[in-house]
Design a protein around this ligand. Structure first.
Ligand code: SF4
Length: 288
């Protein structure tokens, strides 16, 4: 496929008539746009760099490109138009930017956000090495949708050499059908993030699971139970640290929901009780 063809067929926001895509294939196509190899250096496109208050303060590189099209995603428009936005940076330039920001904000953590950080594998691994060797940084939080880790066990194994990497793996749905509806991907890809969780456990990489499962507007009770039971089948301990999320009304998220034909009412009036709170209460009750 030539460049024009690639851009013409590139999946943007999900609509009710969008063709489902294979997210592994979309990762490969997106990498052709947002990753490049120049004079021995693996570069990636970024939109911006700054510190934010999440994780009690973290230096963040806003990279370009993802292999899913979540309908509640708040990421910059570069997710849908990676050919239009962003500038290429080397791992060294990204490390320098993150360090500069982290020092000014007096924070010792960093991450990549607004994208799928596991795209451009060589770029990410080179950046992780720089962070590993830098005494300023104590932690790199690797936020991922788990698609590429779930199809490449060796990629997960390659994290074992880093002592500062902590993975946050984010699940989008509780069933293959809902995964497909909410991400635009083929339902068969639903299993990949669960494979990733199994590999993270096998290689003892520190991680926790996040899920868009606290918001009844986007996840039914039945779907939530299916998700919880699937995680419990892998390891019930995952539920004790499950970070459950709600849809936030960022402009980008609202536009993507609208494009998908999904109407949410604001403000959110009710949320589910977090599963870890339910478990804590049960443990408290049984100990009484
Ligand atoms: S929410 Fe995350 S995984 Fe989903 S499209 Fe946005 S950046 Fe990608």
């Amino acid at each position: 496929m030539d460049g024009n063809e690639l851009i013409k067929n590139y999946p943007r926001m999900v609509t009710p008539t969008s063709k489902k895509f294979d997210p592994v294939m979309l990762a490969k196509i997106t990498e052709k746009i947002v990753c490049r190899y120049r004079e021995g250096v693996y570069e990636r496109k970024y939109d911006d760099f700054y510190a934010t208050g999440v994780y009690r303060g973290i230096a963040t590189g806003y990279a370009v490109g993802c292999c899913l099209r979540c309908i509640f995603c708040w990421s910059y428009p570069s997710r849908d138009f990676p050919e239009t936005f962003g500038k290429f940076y080397s791992p060294t330039q990204v490390h320098e930017k993150l360090k500069d920001i982290a020092k000014k904000a007096n924070v010792r953590k960093c991450r990549l956000s607004s994208c799928e950080p596991t795209l451009c594998k060589d770029h990410l691994l080179a950046l992780l090495e720089l962070v590993e060797d830098d005494p300023w940084f104590k932690l790199f939080i690797l936020e991922t949708n788990g698609i590429l880790f779930g199809m490449d066990k060796d990629y997960v194994r390659s994290l074992t050499k880093f002592s500062k990497v902590y993975v946050r793996i984010s699940l989008k749905a509780g069933t293959p059908e809902q995964f497909s509806k909410k991400t635009g991907a083929v339902p068969e890809a639903f299993e990949l993030p669960f494979n990733a969780i199994r590999y993270l456990m096998e290689y003892e990489i520190p991680f926790h699971v996040a899920a868009m499962s606290l918001d009844p507007r986007i996840m039914s009770h039945e779907e939530r139970m299916a998700l919880i039971s699937k995680l419990a089948d892998i390891d019930v301990k995952i539920l004790l640290n499950l970070e459950e999320e709600i849809v936030d009304p960022y402009d980008t998220a609202i536009a993507r929901l609208k494009a998908a034909g999904v109407e949410l009412r604001w403000p959110l009036k009710r949320i589910y009780m977090p599963i870890r709170e339910i478990i804590a209460r049960k443990i408290g009750t049984s100990e009484d």
